[in-house]
Design a protein around this ligand. Structure first.
Ligand SMILES: C[S@@+](CC[C@H](N)C(=O)[O-])C[C@H]1O[C@@H](n2cnc3c(N)ncnc32)[C@H](O)[C@@H]1O
Length: 243
């Protein structure tokens, strides 16, 4: 069996998928609260920015991959209106269920489907927009997942990848201290789980930086890729166009 990374550890590919699954099984009930606390609410601005860049139009067909508790799905549903469609998907049932309940509380009913980004169960060219927020980092074969996202987009369609990235040099020390000292403690107090938040910090360090991800998207077939650095590179939004 091929080896891969789970944070800083080297594990079998199958073990990585199981470990990622247990991370999100464990954090699902407290995921939204932790997101607000960890990012001091910034994740809401990063997601709002993603929705602004995406410019979904009424009637558009949108696929939200690794959609979790549904922030982007909800925003897209408001943009595409009753003539459009947003499909809310995730590989993890616990996360998808949290998201579906939250959407229902907002009065929004969307098709919710468990699916693996590396094997999308949709026909070629089905969507105008595909999004993946803070999900790509957890995938074992990122190149395969990006190729699948490209496949299900129509020509001219847009992929939005919102993900942690490489911070600007002057921020590095403070960011490392925050990631490895504060985050796991916060995870223990709020979610009763320090390890999952240690994995978060490690997985960010193992994820491709801005330029490397741009190249991966080009390799997956995106003719044009823009990179938007947010909050000093803590997060980057990659916009790929299927030309
Ligand atoms: C950090 S959460 C992000 C949730 C949501 N998009 C957000 O921004 O709040 C990452 C999500 O990626 C999902 N995920 C991990 N590997 C996946 C895969 N191979 N296919 C689809 N989803 C995956 C996890 O189950 C988890 O819900």
């Amino acid at each position: 069996m091929a080896q891969t990374h789970f944070g800083f550890k080297t594990v079998d590919e199958r073990e990585k998928a199981q470990r990622v699954r247990s991370v999100f099984d464990s954090v699902a009930p407290r995921y939204d609260l932790m997101n607000d606390l960890m990012s001091a609410g910034l994740h809401r601005l990063w997601k709002r920015y993603t929705l602004t860049v995406a410019q979904a139009q009424p009637g558009d067909q949108v696929l939200d991959i690794a959609g979790g508790t549904g922030d982007l799905s909800l925003g897209f549903a408001r943009q595409v209106g009753p003539t459009g469609l947003v499909v809310h998907t995730d590989i993890n049932e616990a996360m998808l269920r949290e998201g579906r309940d939250r959407l229902l509380n907002e009065g929004v009913v969307l098709p919710s489907t468990v699916c693996d980004a590396e094997k999308l169960p949709f026909a070629d060219g089905s969507f105008d927009i595909v999004s993946v927020a803070f999900g790509l980092r957890n995938m074992t074969h990122k190149d395969q997942a990006l190729a699948e996202m490209h496949r299900v987009l129509r020509p001219g369609g847009k992929l939005l990848v919102l993900e942690f990235s490489k911070v600007a040099k002057p921020l590095e020390k403070a960011y490392d201290w925050y990631s490895f000292s504060v985050l796991p403690r916060l995870g223990r107090w709020v979610a009763g789980d320090a390890d999952s938040y240690r994995y978060l910090a490690e997985s960010i360090r193992m994820h491709p930086g801005q330029e490397e991800l741009r190249q991966m998207m080009k390799q997956a077939g995106f003719g044009h890729v823009d990179v938007h650095n947010l909050t000093g590179g803590v997060v980057a939004l990659h916009l790929g166009i299927k030309c």
